[in-house]
Ligand binder design. Structure first.
Ligand code: 5AD
Ligand code: SF4
Length: 460
C-alpha cells in the first residue's frame, strides 16, 4: 500500500492513470521523480497539492475522458482558492498540448511521455512564473538517464520499461506520433533496475514496451560473447537475478517474434508460458491496408513455432473490427483466424478514426451499426474461447502470485502464469507470495482456487 497519511512538510500528490501499462509505469516513475521535492501520494484529488492526469490517446473514448476530468479539477481548484496545481501528462498531452493549455486555463503544466523527468524544473518555473510549462520533446534516452535509480514499489509484481515508442506506423495508430521512434534501453540499466526491484521483494517482473520484442542492445561486457542481445537474451539474464520467480513481457509485434525469444520460452523456467501478440485482423487485404507488414499465414506460423517451443503456451491478442473497407468476407477471415488459434484472452475494439493517422482519411469508413454487430459476434466467439480455456484449468494445480486482498473477507487475489485472476478464500496471509493452487472453479474472467494442504502448511 502507498503511504497515504500526509507527513508534515510533504505535499499531496494524486496521479490518475488512463491507458496502457506504459502509462502505469510512467505514473510510478513520476512519483519517484517528485518524491525528492516532498510530494507523497494521497488518496484523492481533494487531499492533493498537485494532481497529474496521465492520459491515453489510443481511441476517441479514451481522449474524451481528459476534458471532462479537467472540468472537475477546475472546479476543485476554484473551490480551494486556486492553489491546486494541475498537470496533464501522457499521450494526449503529447498530441494536443497547446490545445489543452488553450481550452483549459486551469491546467498549469503539460508534459509528454518522454519529458516527465523534467517535472521538478517545470514546477520551479511555475512558482517563479518564468519559462515554459509545456514539455513535449522526444528524448527517451535522456529521460531514462535522468530518472532516479531507486524505485519505490510495494507489490509483488512490477513493470519495467525496456523499450519505448514505435516505428511500425500501423495506419490506424497514434502511438508512433505520441511516443516517438523505437528506442531500446541499455541492457545494463535494465538489469540494474530489475535487481533493484528484486531487492525490494518484487517476485514478478513484467518487461514492457509498445513493441517490447523489438528490444535489442549491445551485449554487456560481462557477457563475454560480444555482439547483440535480443529480448530472449535479456530475459535469460533477468531470470538469473535471485528472487525473480516469474517474468512476463508485453506487448509484442508479429514482425519481431525472433527465434531467441521463442528459445527463451523453451528454456527459461520463470518465463510465463503466455504470449500477447496482437493480430488486429485476419484478412490479408485489411492487414495490408493497416500496414501490419505480415499476413494471416505468417501469424499462424508464429503460433505454431511458439507451441513447438513451449507446448503449454497460451495466446492473447488485440483485434480491431470495422477498419475502413472491411467487408463481410474480411470480417469472416478474422473469425476464422480466431477459430484457428484459440485464444485464452483478447481485447477487441471498434475502429476509432484518430486525427493525423492515414486510416482516418481512408474511403469506405464502416457504419457504426455494422461495427457494433461485428464486435458483438467477435466478442461472443472470444468469450467462449476464454471460458473454455479457463474451464480447462479446473482440477489442475497452477502457480499463483498473490498480489492483494480479494473483495470478500479473508480472500486473496492472485494471477496465474496465464494472467487469469485467481480468488482464494481463506488465503489473506498469502499476499506477496507465489504458491501452487488447486483450481476448483472458473468463469470467463476469473478462477477460483483452493490452498493445497502442503502449501498452506509450508507458508503458514
Ligand atoms: N481504433 C481502435 N482500436 C485501436 N487500437 C489502436 N488504435 C486503434 C484505433 N484507432 C487498438 C489496437 C492496439 C490496442 C492497444 O488498441 O488493437 O493493439
Ligand atoms: Fe500502434 Fe502498430 Fe506500433 Fe502497435 S505496432 S504501437 S498498433 S503503430
Amino acid at each position: 500500500m502507498a503511504d497515504t497519511s500526509q507527513k508534515p512538510n510533504t505535499k499531496g500528490l494524486y496521479i490518475k492513470t488512463y491507458g496502457c501499462q506504459a502509462n502505469v509505469y510512467d505514473s510510478e516513475r513520476m512519483r519517484d521523480v517528485l518524491k525528492p521535492l516532498g510530494y507523497a501520494p494521497v488518496d484523492s484529488p481533494e487531499a492533493a497539492e498537485l494532481v497529474v492526469i496521465n492520459t491515453c490517446h489510443i481511441r476517441e473514448k479514451a481522449t474524451e475522458k481528459v476534458f471532462s476530468e479537467l472540468g472537475r479539477l477546475r472546479d476543485l481548484k476554484q473551490a480551494n482558492g486556486g492553489t491546486l496545481r494541475i498537470a496533464v501528462a501522457g499521450c494526449v498531452a503529447q498530441a494536443e498540448g497547446e490545445e489543452i493549455m488553450r481550452r483549459e486555463p486551469a491546467v498549469d503544466m503539460v508534459v509528454g511521455p518522454q519529458s516527465y523527468h523534467r517535472l521538478p524544473e517545470m514546477i520551479a518555473r511555475l512558482s517563479r512564473k518564468t519559462g515554459d510549462v509545456l514539455e513535449t520533446d522526444f528524448a527517451a534516452e535522456e529521460k531514462f538517464d535522468a530518472l532516479p535509480k531507486t524505485r519505490d514499489v510495494s507489490g509483488a509484481s512490477a513493470f519495467l520499461a525496456v523499450q519505448e515508442g514505435c516505428d511500425k506506423f500501423c495506419t490506424f495508430c497514434v502511438v508512433p506520433y505520441t511516443r516517438g521512434a523505437e528506442f531500446s534501453r541499455g541492457a545494463d540499466a535494465i538489469i540494474a533496475e530489475a535487481r533493484e526491484l528484486a531487492r525490494q521483494g518484487v517476485k514478478e517482473i513484467v518487461l514492457i514496451g509498445q513493441n517490447v520484442n523489438a528490444w535489442h542492445g549491445a551485449a554487456p561486457a560481462h557477457d563475454g560473447r560480444g555482439g547483440e542481445w535480443g529480448l530472449g537474451d535479456l530475459i535469460r539474464h533477468v531470470a538469473k537475478i535471485g528472487g525473480v520467480e516469474r517474468i512476463r513481457y508485453t506487448t509484442s509485434h508479429p514482425r519481431d517474434m525472433a527465434d531467441d525469444l521463442l528459445g527463451a520460452h523453451r528454456d527459461v523456467e520463470q518465463l510465463a508460458p503466455f504470449l500477447h501478440l496482437p493480430v488486429q485482423a485476419g484478412s490479408d487485404r485489411i492487414l495490408k491496408a493497416m500496414n501490419r507488414q505480415h499476413t494471416a499465414a505468417d501469424y499462424l506460423r508464429i503460433i505454431e513455432r511458439a507451441r513447438a517451443a513451449r507446448p503449454d503456451i497460451a495466446f492473447a491478442s488485440d483485434f480491431i473490427v470495422g477498419f475502413p473497407g472491411e467487408s463481410d468476407a474480411d470480417f469472416e477471415a478474422t473469425l476464422q483466424l480466431v477459430r484457428d488459434v484459440g485464444f485464452a484472452q483478447a481485447y477487441s475494439f471498434k475502429y476509432s478514426p484518430r486525427p493525423g493517422t492515414p486510416a482516418a482519411g481512408m474511403q469506405l469508413q464502416v457504419a457504426e451499426a455494422i461495427k457494433d454487430e461485428r464486435l458483438a459476434r467477435l466478442q461472443s466467439l472470444l468469450n467462449a474461447q476464454a471460458q473454455a480455456f479457463n474451464d480447462a484449468t479446473i482440477g489442475r494445480k497452477i502457480s499463483v502470485l498473490f498480489s492483494r486482498d480479494g473483495r470478500r473477507d479473508g480472500q486473496a487475489l492472485g494471477y496465474s502464469p496465464y494472467m487469469q485472476s485467481v480468488h482464494v478464500d481463506g488465503g489473506a496471509h498469502m499476499t506477496g507470495r507465489m504458491a501452487e493452487i488447486e483450481i476448483v472453479g472458473a468463469t470467463m474472467t476469473s478462477l477460483k482456487g483452493r490452498l493445497v494442504a502442503a502449501t498452506a502448511e509450508a507458508t503458514a
